[in-house]
Design a protein around this ligand. Structure first.
Ligand code: NZQ
Ligand code: ZN
Length: 387
């Protein structure tokens, strides 16, 4: 492990078909006033809303609801929640939904009682020194890892900026309930979007540095397992074992475990966030479209790592192949995987127009793993996957 690290993750996970049975005991640790945060109605369709309400009632909580949290949650929606927290003296926030709902709940917990929280915490990245309202989650859609991390990605529609902020352990969910059967009703499109989000989280952490890091070994295993389970999930979305494998890979991929002792990249996410700010596309589908041209471009700076990726993740035989050839075959296999399972490959199908490309490139945060991209290079990558 090349770099020193501290690792601490305080989120308690309840995983499996019976995991909701732990909610009542968890609620007992918090005060009476609960803000129940959810999205556009999927939790009502699957009967989870009624089940949660019943448990809240049994626990004698006074419940205030914030519904309608949209995919790519907006600053306005988050502030609506923050004012409910202040108005009703909320003691605990319960988020039930996908990454957008959980991110919004964490954002509310930080933003309540604060002046201009957008600038302080999402633009200036100020440390959170005040006491935040505790959050717990029940996950219904897999991909972001929000159930076990401090991430809160919020879109400021007026400023056309989508910004991810990673808060420290105080803002992590206190507990998260993961029942893979809740994910059975997620559409194929959203399931695949979530799956590519997981894959991208692993690649963003994997493609940096050339040391012999156990974090990389772990990620190779997770990526390989994800590919295997994705083909099975496309074939049979109701296979519990498959969906539970994908759910746990998702949590492990962004709960801090796989990034320790190494540097990371996150350039694909930065580009996607601005793509999302302009198009409101599904996060994982945006990542899927951008990834192939990005990695084809970056490969020249670290062919050894891309060759390792080909060999260990896609299990491409390495005999009689030089490093460059193997590296290229790995990216071809990635492109093939994206196409074969039905993920998006162009920005056009995600709602982008040609005129948006320079605007997206100019507002993307620049950084990188093996190579810091220049703005013109971001534009080249966007143009390469436009149509
Ligand atoms: O709103 P409802 O009706 O619940 O419908 C949602 C939504 O339309 C639906 N859905 C969720 N569970 C369902 C379901 N439909 C049927 N059955 C169910 N069981 O799925 C749609 C998408 O949900 P959303 O929460 O937006 O998806 P996801 O989990 O992919 O979250 C995306 C957001 O998370 C951010 C993304 O940028 C994006 O804003 N991210 C958060 C991260 C973090 N916290 O660490 C990291 C990620 O890289 C990512 O940036
Ligand atoms: Zn992501």
């Amino acid at each position: 492990m090349r770099y020193d690290f501290n690792f601490y993750n305080p989120t308690k996970i309840y995983f499996g078909k019976d995991s909701l049975s732990h909610l009542e005991d968890e609620l007992a640790h918090y005060g009476k006033n609960v803000l129940f945060v959810y999205g556009g109605g999927s939790i009502k369709k699957i009967g989870l809303y009624d089940q949660v309400m019943e448990i809240l009632k049994k626990a004698k909580k006074s419940v205030v609801e914030l519904s309608g949290v949209m995919p790519n949650p907006t600053y306005k929606k988050m502030m609506e929640g923050a004012s409910l927290v202040e108005q009703h003296h909320i003691d605990f926030i319960l988020a039930v939904g996908g990454g957008s709902v959980i991110d919004c709940a964490k954002g509310i917990s930080v933003a309540a009682y604060q002046e201009n929280p957008w600038k302080k915490y999402w633009i200036d990245n100020e440390e959170v020194k005040h006491t935040t309202v505790p959050v717990g989650s029940i996950l219904t859609m897999v991909g972001t890892g929000s159930e076990m991390n401090g991430g809160s990605v919020i879109t400021n529609e007026e400023e056309k900026l989508k910004k991810g902020r990673v808060f420290d352990q105080n803002v992590y969910p206190k507990f998260s309930i993961l029942n893979p059967t809740y994910t059975f009703t997620v559409s194929k499109y959203q399931m695949l979007s979530g799956i590519f989000d997981i894959f991208s989280h692993l690649m963003e952490q994997y493609f940096s540095n050339d040391d012999d890091n156990v974090s990389d070994d772990l990620m190779e295993a997770l990526m390989h397992s994800l590919i295997k389970n994705t083909y099975k999930a496309v074939e049979n979305p109701l296979d519990y074992e498959v969906r539970s494998n994908i759910e746990w890979i998702s949590t492990l991929a962004l709960n801090g475990l796989t990034k320790v002792g190494k540097t990371q990249d996150w350039q694909v996410h930065s580009i996607e966030h601005q793509l999302g700010a302009y198009t409101d596309c599904a996060h994982g589908m945006g990542l899927a479209a951008i990834s192939t041209p990005y990695y084809r471009f970056i490969m020249q700076y670290a062919p050894y790592k891309f060759a390792k990726f080909a060999k260990e993740v896609f299990r491409i035989p390495s005999e009689n192949k030089d490093e460059q050839t193997l590296a290229k075959l790995g990216i071809d296999a990635l492109a093939n995987f994206i196409k074969e399972v039905g993920m998006c490959t162009t920005l056009k199908e995600l709602g982008a127009t040609k005129e948006m490309l320079p605007l997206i490139a100019n507002s993307t945060d620049l950084g990188g793993g093996y190579h810091d991209l220049a703005r013109e290079e971001v534009l080249q990558i966007l143009e390469a996957c436009y149509e």
